[in-house]
Structures are given as C-alpha cells and as structure tokens.
Design a protein around this ligand. Structure first.
Ligand SMILES: Cc1ncc(COP(=O)(O)O)c(C=O)c1O
Length: 369
C-alpha cells in the first residue's frame, strides 16, 4: 500500500484561471508561465488545462523541450534567455523565443550560425534590479540587436517589483514608457499581480500597449496579493489539492504534549488525529499550531510541530473523524469546500508559490478534470 497521501491537479481550474487572466487583460495575449515545472504541478499535468494560452514561458531548455514534446507548436519563451552559446542551437531547432537581458547574450547571438533568425524579448531593468538593461543602455542594446542578421523581431519587456504592493507599477511604467516610446515591437509587462490589479492603459502618461501578459501564480489559483485579496476575491480556483489520511488518533489528557519539542500542551482533554503528511512531502515544517486544515467538511487546525512524515490535528470540532478520514492540507475538499494554499503559506510566513513548488517528488499526483 502506498502512503495515503495524494496531490490532485485540477484541469478545469487551470482552464478557469486562464480564462480569468484573459478577462482581466482582454486586449493582450497570454503567456502561461510554466517555469519551475509549472510551479510544482508538472508541465505535462497542466498542459491540457493551459493549452488555450497563446504561449508558454519558462526558464529551462529541458522544460522547453518537454513543451515541444507535448506537441505544442505555438510560442515558447525562455524568460532568462540562454545561458551559454550552444543553447542557441536548441532555440533555432525548436523555434524558441528568448529573452535578451545582457550584453553577453547579444555577443552569443552575434556569433550564432543560423538561417532562421530568432524572435527575442529585450528586457529592461526598470527598477527590479534583477535582469535587464538599464533604461540608459536599453536603446543601444536594441540598436545592436536590430543590426544582427540572427535577429528577426524584437519585442520589449520589463518586470514589476511591486505590482502586488503599495508602491505599484507607475514608476516603472513611466521609465519603460519613456525609454521605449518610439521603438517598434510588441510589449510584455504584467505578471499576475499587475494583470489583476493594474489597468496599464489607464496609467497616466503610459501609452504602452500590453501585447502579452505573463500570469503565473494566478493561473494556479493562488492570490498574488494575499492577504489583501484571497484567490476567491480574484475569482480564482485552486489548481492543486493536497490530501492525506489520518493514520492514528490519540486521546490526550490535560497537560499532555504533542510531537517533537512538546510545543503544544493540551489545556483540556482533546482527541488528535495523526496525518500521513510531513515536511518531506512539502508541507512546511514552520507551520505553527493553529494552521488550518479541513477534515470531513470541517475546518480544524494543526497542533504541535510538523515532523518529516506526519503532522497532528485537533479533532475536537470533528468527533466523527478517525483513522482513514481524509484531511485536506490545501485546495478542494471532496465537498467542494476550499482551503486556500495562501492561508497555509501565510501561517508559514511564506507565499503560495513556495508551497506549490515544494511539493515533494514522493507525493503521488493525479490529474482530475
Ligand atoms: C519575468 C517573469 N514574468 C512573469 C512571472 C510570473 O509571475 P507571477 O507568478 O507572480 O504571475 C515571473 C515570475 O516570477 C517572472 O519572473
């Protein structure tokens, strides 16, 4: 018998969330961001739900090959571009579009031998200070690229650092708009937070068409700005559910403790359930007592430290639960009740992204409609 733990990928939720992104940016084409193995879901598992996207954007060449192996003939974009010259051969062979964010990548392109000129996305560092040419160097990079026979079309892109927060996108937008004003080419700017929270065409002075949006977390049904907005507030549905069964129960008397470090002390007699899920499955060890869990349509919470293979729950609100009862650690319970991955992430002091990406390889995954 395998351990009673399972992750489920919800194809219909992916489809729904993609449609939600389209609805938020009706004049844009949509890249489905599938980097990090589709945010931990598995590229092959999300493909059916996301094949309605206009393109797939990711980082690894190996992941790009997997998207092509699925039969996808549309656009595929490498968000960090190439890492070494020979990567360009694969770009030519698989018709991969790639970001160009530094002079070294232009040098590589200039030495690349190909009859098929490449579509590139020239990245501006408009304030994120991660990848991209500074606004001052951007136009000279464009001119250099434009002169290369290896380059076909140049699109323009940037990435927002604070689309989910108070600072917003206006400053970066203003820089980007100013420095690209008369450059030809399609524009790609918005991640999930910018797509859902900011109507770029409304920003004063921007005049920037957003030809391509780049939603990631939203298509996986997690909120880009939790707790300000929940996924439900944005009309998003969970694309990943993690469930595990209760494999033991214990009746605790007052003063009894639970788990390593005895961090939980029963203040009254309680019954606890021990669930076959621990940090080796991807459930964060740092989740404190009180982290929400669903059992039999009822919301309860963890008690004590999460251990490698198990965690404990307070069964007081679910007296009918016992060995074999299913606990929903995040996502959709059988009755349609939802426990947002963002709530669990918040309890762990992190974001839904990290929990999805950390789903452990040992957890069996099934794909549902
Ligand atoms: C360049 C770029 N575009 C888009 C995204 C998608 O962001 P999100 O998952 O917040 O929508 C990312 C994610 O980090 C990114 O690095």
């Amino acid at each position: 018998m395998p351990r009673p733990i399972q992750a489920t990928i919800h194809t219909e939720a992916l489809r729904h969330n993609l449609a939600r992104a389209r609805q938020a940016a009706p004049d844009s084409r949509v890249w489905a961001i599938v980097k990090a193995n589709a945010y931990g879901h598995g590229i092959e598992r999300v493909f059916e739900g996301l094949r309605g996207a206009d393109g797939f954007a990711l980082l690894d060449l190996e992941e790009a090959q997997r998207v092509r192996a699925l039969g996808w003939r549309g656009p595929v974009l490498l968000l960090e571009g190439v890492f070494e010259p020979r990567d360009l051969e694969l770009c030519s062979r698989l018709d991969l579009w790639h970001t160009v964010h530094c002079d070294e990548q232009i040098d590589m392109l200039a030495s690349h031998k190909t009859n098929l000129p490449h579509r590139v996305f020239l990245k501006m560092n408009s304030g994120m200070n991660r990848l991209g040419f500074t606004p001052q160097c951007y136009r000279s990079a464009w001119t250099r690229l434009n002169a290369l026979p290896q380059v076909d079309e140049i699109s323009l892109m940037t990435h927002f650092s604070d689309a989910d927060g108070a600072r917003g996108v206006a400053e970066q937008m203003a820089v980007f708009a100013e420095m690209t004003r008369d450059l030809p080419g399609e524009r790609s700017l918005s991640n999930s937070a910018a797509t859902l929270r900011h109507n770029l065409s409304d920003l004063a002075d921007s005049q920037v068409a957003c030809d391509w949006v780049r939603p990631g977390i939203a298509i996986y049904g997690s909120s880009p700005d939790f707790p300000q907005h929940s996924a439900a507030d944005w009309g998003l549905q969970p694309s990943m559910t993690l469930t595990a069964k209760i494999i033991a129960t214990q009746a605790l008397s007052t003063g009894a403790t639970v788990g390593y470090g005895s961090t939980f002390v029963a203040e009254k007699p309680i019954r606890i359930g021990v669930v076959a899920c621990g940090y080796a499955d991807g459930y964060p060890r740092v989740c404190p007592t009180g982290t929400p869990v669903l059992v039999n349509r009822v919301r309860t919470h963890t008690v004590g430290r999460v251990s490698m293979d198990m965690l404990a729950l307070d069964l007081t609100p679910v007296p009918d639960a016992g060995i074999g009862s299913a606990a929903t650690l995040w996502g959709c319970a059988a009755n349609g009740l939802v426990l947002g991955i963002d709530e669990v992430a918040h309890a762990a002091g992190t974001v839904g992204y990290e929990l999805m990406c950390a789903l452990a390889p040992r957890v069996p995954v099934r794909v549902a409609d």
